[in-house]
Design a protein around this ligand. Structure first.
Ligand SMILES: [Zn+2]
Length: 353
């Protein structure tokens, strides 16, 4: 399934001329000269293209005065098939939409109740409509990268960050995580840029999947090496001008952290680390919890040390807020980028909330 399939006259005509059964249920074609409408896969004689018109549902075709073809019986599809077709149609709507669509609205468009729609979608597709939309957006981002002049352009044209209100704040951003955790980022190209922020120098690095590192330092010269040490096998490249918007977005986020960061992330880590980081991302600005509490929230109360070590391995400063984890006694505790920075970050977040 590719986005924008069968939404042009051209694509629909091609499906009809190829008797393409995967287009069944997505649309119907009617022949002006015979007054009959068919499924795209119908084996009847191919009509003259200029005599064909298209409909999304049988009802629409019938309302326009057409009768169902006896050969392919478009209305006789079984109930199960009809539901499948509705869900497929919903997938197409999601794929073709540039912004997120509310569940109610999607359900209405395929003529199901929101409750049934959600349940049937999950059953047939295997993920929820929201997860499907999120994956689709990631895919679009990756496709855009091949054609966009810069990562920032790709991010924006995929719809990320272009309008905060258009996206669900709890959207699953881990959808961007690599299928396979590649140790040392073998064969991966990492682009980076530097900027100053209230915590000193900052480096932002990104792979073609999203931002993979945000780190701080006192010296702009040594920062690239610091990140390179985390991804020893990756290829490093300094970014062009196109990276500026992305860096600004990160700097703004660090200045005043919100609940979610709109830019896609490439979170590379072991399964355990990723679980820890997921818990950290639930801690809101202005809140702090202890390492013990993180372990408890994960359902692994005995893994406090492993939790602390996963916090220390975090490569995405502030976006994965490891600074909000403090020692049980209430002391600030360690921080990869210096205790002083951790203190200043926490203070600035306290002031804001
Ligand atoms: Zn037919």
């Amino acid at each position: 399934m590719t986005p924008a399939q069968y939404n042009s006259d051209e694509a629909r005509w091609n499906a009809v001329s190829e008797n393409n059964s995967s287009a069944n249920g997505v649309f119907y074609y009617a022949v002006i000269t015979t007054g009959i409408y068919c499924q795209p896969s119908c084996r009847s004689k191919l009509p003259n293209r200029s005599n064909v018109e298209y409909f999304t549902t049988c009802d629409e075709a019938e309302a326009a005065g057409y009768r169902a073809c006896k050969r392919c019986s478009p209305t006789a599809t079984s109930r199960v098939e009809k539901i499948e077709q509705k869900i497929i149609h919903a997938c197409r709507i999601i794929e073709e939409s540039e912004t997120s669509i509310k569940l109610d609205e999607l359900a209405m468009q395929v003529d199901l109740s929101p409750y049934h729609f959600h349940r049937l979608f999950k059953k047939i597709v295997g993920v929820t409509p929201k997860q499907y939309a999120s994956r689709n957006q990631s895919r679009r981002f990756q496709n855009n990268l091949k054609t966009s002049p810069s990562i920032t352009d790709a991010i924006y044209s995929a719809g990320y960050g272009s309008s905060g209100s258009a996206y669900d704040k709890n959207r699953d951003q881990l959808a961007m995580k690599p299928k396979v955790y590649r140790k040392g980022a073998d064969g991966v190209t990492i682009i980076y840029g530097l900027a100053q922020c209230f915590l000193g120098w900052m480096i932002v690095a990104a792979t073609d999947r999203g931002v993979c590192a945000i780190e701080f330092g006192d010296d702009s010269d040594t920062l690239p090496e610091q990140v390179q040490a985390r991804f020893p096998n990756a290829q490093f490249k300094k970014a062009d001008i196109g990276f500026k918007t992305l860096i600004k977005e990160v700097a703004d986020f660090i200045e005043s952290p919100k609940d979610t960061f709109q830019v896609p992330l490439d979170i590379q880590g072991t399964a355990f680390q990723q679980k820890v980081w997921e818990v950290l991302r639930q801690i809101k600005p202005g809140e702090t919890i202890s390492y013990t509490e993180v372990a408890e929230r994960m359902g692994k109360p005995n893994s406090v040390r492993a939790v602390a070590s996963a916090c220390a391995s975090n490569k995405l400063a502030v976006v994965i807020p490891c600074h909000r984890v403090i020692s049980k006694t209430g002391k600030t505790g360690g921080y990869r980028w210096g205790t002083e920075r951790k203190k200043r970050l926490l203070e600035s977040e306290q002031e804001r909330t």
